[in-house]
Design a protein around this ligand. Structure first.
Ligand code: HEM
Ligand code: HEM
Length: 147
């Protein structure tokens, strides 16, 4: 991966994760009691706006990586296990994120949200494991051109 692409992927992944985790913290621990009931923290809507925006960027980057990284590395049989796991997690996050916009039934929405954020939190170690193991293996194997 070229250094510029790597920087964008890491930046968007970090912002996506931090905004999702930030929303969870604000939603569960930063609510204050008010005269008319619980008052949400101002962090909550801003975290979700940032998160939704980063979601678009993540989908755009997935499209780019599909052509320049995922396809070529798959054909080279490099880091297939951690790569396939990362792609699967990203696709489920993208699908469940999309559903969160449109599912109106409260019970279904709560279930989808829980799946989404549990998988999202677990996505960070999956991403880091892919970065570390794939790079190590690539260094030990034949040199591959930056894509
Ligand atoms: C959501 C999908 C994916 C993302 C976000 C992703 C991201 C990354 C990142 C950030 C690196 C580190 C690059 C570096 O430090 O130079 C990397 C390396 C690597 N990835 Fe992926 N990856 C994905 C899917 C895949 C798949 C499906 C495969 C293989 C079938 C794969 C194979 C590799 C290999 C071999 C490397 C070592 C460096 C290189 O050869 O470019 N990746 N990936
Ligand atoms: C490709 C990756 C991802 C995409 C496309 C995505 C997309 C979305 C979308 C569209 C929403 C709904 C926003 C709204 O209701 O205004 C959402 C909500 C959320 N996301 Fe993600 N997300 C991704 C990854 C993550 C990750 C890594 C986390 C980890 C912490 C996470 C945690 C959350 C949380 C906590 C919510 C709020 C759930 C709720 O409303 O109950 N997401 N996401």
């Amino acid at each position: 991966m070229t250094p510029a692409r790597r920087r964008w992927v890491c930046l968007v992944a970090a912002l996506l994760w931090a905004s999702g985790a930030g929303w969870l913290v604000a939603h569960h621990w930063l609510v204050r009691p008010g005269d008319y009931g619980p008052v949400p923290s101002p962090v909550e809507p801003w975290a979700l706006r940032l998160h939704g925006g980063c979601g678009y960027a993540a989908v755009a980057l997935l499209g780019l990586l599909w052509g320049v990284h995922i396809g070529p590395r798959w054909r080279m049989r490099r880091a297939r296990l951690s790569g396939a796991l990362l792609v699967s997690v990203t696709l489920v996050l993208t699908g469940s994120g999309w559903l969160l916009y449109y599912v109106a039934d409260d019970d279904w929405r709560a279930g989808i949200a829980q799946l989404h954020w549990l998988l999202g939190l677990a996505g960070l170690p999956v991403f880091l494991a892919h970065r570390l193991t794939a790079r190590g293996r690539a260094r030990r194997g034949r040199a591959a051109p930056d894509l």
